[in-house]
Design a protein around this ligand. Structure first.
Ligand SMILES: [Zn+2]
Length: 104
């Protein structure tokens, strides 16, 4: 599955300015960030990463990576301890713990 990069128009999201999402080529581009709801723009892609980067090293660099598991369901494969690993579009309580990450 190709990886797309998205860039926020604004700042302050726990995913950082740019984040990655694995999507099928046939899927529509995201229009808003699944975490903060701000408008996002898809950067050039898809990017097939030939040299795999581990999820933990992405996390250590401050990146967040979402993998779509189902319609409206994303797995935060870079979730930190205590964070919900799955983000459901219709369940706000499953959103990643933004306060925790900011205070780190
Ligand atoms: Zn965001």
């Amino acid at each position: 599955m190709p990886t797309y990069e998205y860039e926020h128009e604004g700042d302050g999201c726990e995913f950082g300015k740019v984040f990655q999402v694995d999507q099928l080529i046939s899927e529509d581009a995201l229009k808003v960030c699944p975490s903060c709801g701000q408008p996002v723009e898809r950067l050039i892609g898809p990017t097939f990463i030939s040299k795999p980067t581990s999820d933990s090293s992405l996390r250590d660099k401050g990146f967040a990576k979402l993998v779509k598991r189902d319609k409206g369901v994303y797995e935060n494969v870079t979730a930190m301890d205590g964070e919900s690993r799955y983000w459901h579009a219709d369940k706000p309580e499953t959103m990643p713990n933004i306060q925790k990450r900011i205070s780190d």
